[in-house]
Design a protein around this ligand. Structure first.
Ligand code: SF4
Length: 409
């Protein structure tokens, strides 16, 4: 875990459960989940998507189990999957039993849709005997009508009450291998519901904003809801629900955890300045080009693309590697120290080459191999640019002087 995670609220202590070999709660790394969009009965297509999701950062994948053909598909998918599989069950308890028969690592039950006490207890007993955990997956949109009536709608208290009733059924048959979710499409509602759930239960919590919609709006909702709770120390496993290729969900989940320092960096983190009047190059174009080239190589480092050498190396000194433009050159820096100066049209190429060497050889070795004249050259370029634009990055004073001399009557 990144030391910056220590700046967040301490994580709430929860019980630990295991979905296959993935531990959830009890201090385990926060896991990323996603869900397939293929027909579960189409084994090859579903497995192909599961592999894509795992490569994008999913630790656990959920598949719908809505009919017997889906359950049969699960029986073939589970042994060939690279990550544990959870079966999503809504209306038919028989499908939960069939999914258990297929060997799934976890179940998700929606208490709003699967309502008969005897059926719920039967599924819980079967899961208990097989050692398979269940997620009590409450959704504001499909809350049990009696509970909605009692609480005057889908309030945080109503969502938590729905989970509490289901949990009580489970406990009556001696089953407590459970995680809980209280999702809503309203970000404010889900935050309030999870805060309450965290006070009421010590079971691990699965976080998500349901039906968040397509990106970018869906990503923003998911990030605000999940990110707020994680920063408060709440949550043990997460899922973005996007109307998009589920690979985007897995990637977003992973990136959120890495951004908060809650998971080790697995992929590239490209930071770039927003550009301003001092920018010496098209920062957006260079950042995109660099991102594409670096992502292709799956390098687990933070790389900065900065528009000018005046502020760039200093502002991005915490990045493993960066490049800043100025005077038609690119100034490559490692942890803020200039190591090489290259022509402007070779900026991306030089950045990628240095990134590969940095990952292969390490920071110390690359700093030791720095061009001894690079720092001096960069400083000369920085001073020259400062003289040209002074402290006015948009050169407004120069522009105003030109306008006055040309157009003033
Ligand atoms: S001052 Fe330089 S590094 Fe900062 S935003 Fe402007 S161009 Fe980018």
């Amino acid at each position: 875990m990144d030391p910056s995670a220590n700046l967040l609220s301490p994580r709430k202590k929860t019980r630990q459960i295991h979905i296959g070999d993935v531990a959830i709660g009890g201090g385990a790394p926060i896991s990323v989940q996603s869900m397939t969009t293929t027909k579960t009965s189409d084994v090859d297509a579903t497995l192909a998507q599961i592999y894509e999701l795992a490569a994008a950062g999913a630790d656990i994948v959920r598949c719908t189990c809505n009919d017997a053909a889906a359950a049969e598909g699960l029986a073939q998918i589970v042994p060939r999957s690279p990550v544990p599989i959870v079966a999503d069950i809504h209306f038919h308890h028989e499908m939960a039993l069939a999914a258990l028969e297929a060997g799934v690592h976890g179940l998700r039950l929606n208490p709003g849709n699967l309502r008969k006490e005897s059926e719920i207890k039967l599924v819980a007993s079967e899961a208990r005997d097989r050692g398979v955990p269940i997620r009590i997956g409450v959704n504001a949109g499909s809350l049990h009508p009696d509970i909605a009536a009692r609480f005057g709608g889908a309030t945080p208290e109503a969502l938590v009450e729905s989970a509490r009733i289901e949990l009580a059924y489970f406990e009556e048959v001696g089953f407590s291998d459970v995680k809980i979710s209280v999702k809503a499409s309203s970000v404010a509602l889900m935050i309030a519901a999870y805060r309450l759930a965290s006070e009421c239960f010590d079971h691990p919590l699965h976080l998500g904003v349901t039906e968040a919609g397509p990106p970018p709006g869906g990503l923003i909702k998911g990030t605000v809801g999940i990110g707020t709770l994680l920063a408060e120390g709440i949550g043990d496993t997460i899922r973005y629900s996007l109307t998009a290729d589920p690979v985007e969900e897995a990637r977003a989940g992973r990136q959120l955890l890495e951004a908060l320092g809650l998971r080790e960096r697995k992929g590239l983190d490209l930071i770039a300045c927003p550009s301003c009047g001092r920018a010496q190059v098209d920062v957006i174009a260079i950042a995109k080009e660099a991102q594409a080239a670096l992502e292709e190589r799956s390098l687990p480092i933070q790389v900065a693309v900065m528009g000018c050498v005046v502020n760039g190396p200093g502002e991005a000194r915490s990045a493993d590697l960066g490049i800043a433009a100025g005077k038609h050159k690119g100034h490559l820096f490692i942890r803020g120290e200039i190591v090489r100066v290259v022509p402007e049209d070779q900026m991306v190429e030089a950045l990628v080459e240095e990134a590969e060497r940095l990952v292969a050889e390490g920071v110390e070795a690359r700093l030791a191999a720095a061009d001894s004249r690079a720092a001096e050259e960069a400083e000369a370029d920085r001073r020259s640019l400062l003289e040209e634009t002074g402290t006015d990055p948009n050169a407004a004073a120069v522009k105003i002087s030109h306008i006055r001399s040309r157009y003033a009557s």
